[in-house]
Ligand binder design. Structure first.
Ligand SMILES: [Zn+2]
Length: 438
């Protein structure tokens, strides 16, 4: 089973699907979809296809859809751009060398996608008929915000389709997680931080630079930034999911370290044990803010009438967008600035870890990868699943595929690659999940 994995994934990598403005020549999404349809004949031959722009929904009929609610597997076909000169093998060569498939997307996420589609194709070839409906969403623009995904979610909502679980990318099987787990572990993403864009605008009367007035637009923005750096803006608190993560790591650890982890999960602010355990403690304990753009002024000798500062906030579920917006607006007022929330999504609610579908994935991983620790965690970045929160009860952000540390760095970086064996194992895990567990 899954003998053709390397060839298949190599073919997927060879068709560039780089999304975003200016990349049109490397965005062969039509050809890519044709390739998938040819390569996964049994899947594409039997599933109902619904086109949402360039994206695709696939529905596999269930024999007893009333018994169990449907599930959706979401994944993206597009990839991020490359810096070709830095690659050992050309990024769209799909070179098969040293037991690996090399190229953009081999990890994120043509590799995991190849595994999932291979499992479904194999099962359908064998005459498998799922009890519940199985849905797939193949996104065309995840890497640039997933606008089409919002349309797909709206369509599903209009059709009255509601999922018990959405399986998305996010966590993988990685090594030495946060410096706390020795060796490999499967990371089940149960939530993700939100990402919010704020704009601060300062106005002042302007005038000649030879006659500067105090509290100019630029100075007031600088004062705001100074305040934010000086005072911690966010509530520092472990969420239930983060506690579960520490406890899970403790369960797979021994001796002193296990005790420390349990202690960290039980303690309150200021979390001394957690800070001792990991330098990533601060990110676990709430939001972050980064000032990313600033503009103002028109000439060296003119006081600006207006200056604008942009901040990116990663908001955690323990606090949420509304509370953060209130704080930033109050702070802005202190410096006579206007604060606006321009765009973004709030932190996702934490999924339950005791649902039938969560446990089904857990068992599938346990069967495929004997003895592998399974750790729930909260993602720092966003996934496509945020668009689907209205049409599902739960989300699990996890691809059952291993990535070696250097392969993890290849995601959105140079020299992305995947081991053939790792893609095959991921396919086996999906096969187990779909056939025996879901
Ligand atoms: Zn991805």
């Amino acid at each position: 089973m899954f003998e053709r994995t390397a060839e298949r994934l190599s073919g997927m990598v060879q068709i560039p699907t780089v999304s975003g403005k200016g990349n049109e020549a490397l965005y062969e999404i039509g050809r890519y979809k044709e390739y998938l349809a040819q390569e996964f004949l049994h899947l594409f031959g039997s599933a109902e296809r619904i086109a949402i722009g360039e994206a695709l929904l696939l529905r596999i009929e269930g024999t007893d859809p009333k018994k169990k609610r449907p599930v959706l597997f979401t994944g993206h076909m597009d990839v991020v751009p490359v810096d070709e000169a830095a690659w050992k093998y050309p990024p769209f060569s799909g070179a098969i060398v040293d037991g690996c498939i090399w190229g953009r997307g081999s990890q994120d996420m043509k590799g995991p996608h190849c595994a999932l589609l291979s499992a479904l194709d194999e099962l359908l070839k064998e005459g498998w008929k799922p009890e519940r409906e199985i849905w797939l969403y193949l996104s065309c623009d995840e890497e640039i915000g997933g606008q089409t995904t919002a349309k797909a979610a709206a369509w599903l909502k209009k059709m009255g389709i509601h999922f018990a679980m959405i399986f998305d990318e996010g966590g993988t099987i990685c090594e030495n997680f946060m410096g706390l787990v020795d060796g490999r572990a499967a990371l089940f993403g149960i939530s993700e931080k939100g990402s919010l864009e704020y704009r601060f605008t300062a106005f002042s009367s302007g005038g000649h630079a030879a006659n500067p007035q105090p509290n100019s637009a630029i100075v007031r923005l600088a004062e705001l930034m100074h305040d934010v750096e000086k005072e911690d803006l966010f509530i520092r608190k472990l969420s239930d999911g983060n506690c579960a993560m520490l406890k899970a790591i403790a369960a797979y650890s021994e001796g002193e370290k296990a005790e420390q982890l349990k202690k960290a999960a039980a303690e309150d602010a200021p979390y001394p044990t957690l800070y001792q355990l990991t330098p990533e403690a601060r990110n676990l304990l709430g939001g972050t803010i980064a000032f990313t753009m600033i503009e103002g002024g028109t000439a060296m000798n003119v006081m600006p009438k207006k200056a604008v500062l942009t901040a990116n906030v990663r908001v955690a579920s323990v606090e949420g967008e509304q509370a953060v917006t209130k704080k930033l607006q109050a702070l802005a007022k202190n410096h006579d600035l206007i604060c606006e929330l321009v765009d973004g999504v709030d932190a996702a609610p934490e999924s339950r870890m005791d649902t039938e579908e969560y446990l089904a994935m857990k068992r599938s991983v346990e069967q495929t990868y004997l003895g592998l620790p399974i750790i729930p965690f909260v993602l720092g970045g966003g996934t496509d699943s945020r668009h689907f929160l209205d049409v599902t009860d739960q989300v699990l952000r996890f691809s059952p595929m291993h990535a070696a540390p250097e392969q993890g760095r290849g995601v959105h970086g140079d020299n992305e690659s995947a081991y053939i064996k790792d893609v095959q194992d991921a396919a086996k895990c999906y096969y187990e999940l779909l056939k025996n567990q879901l």
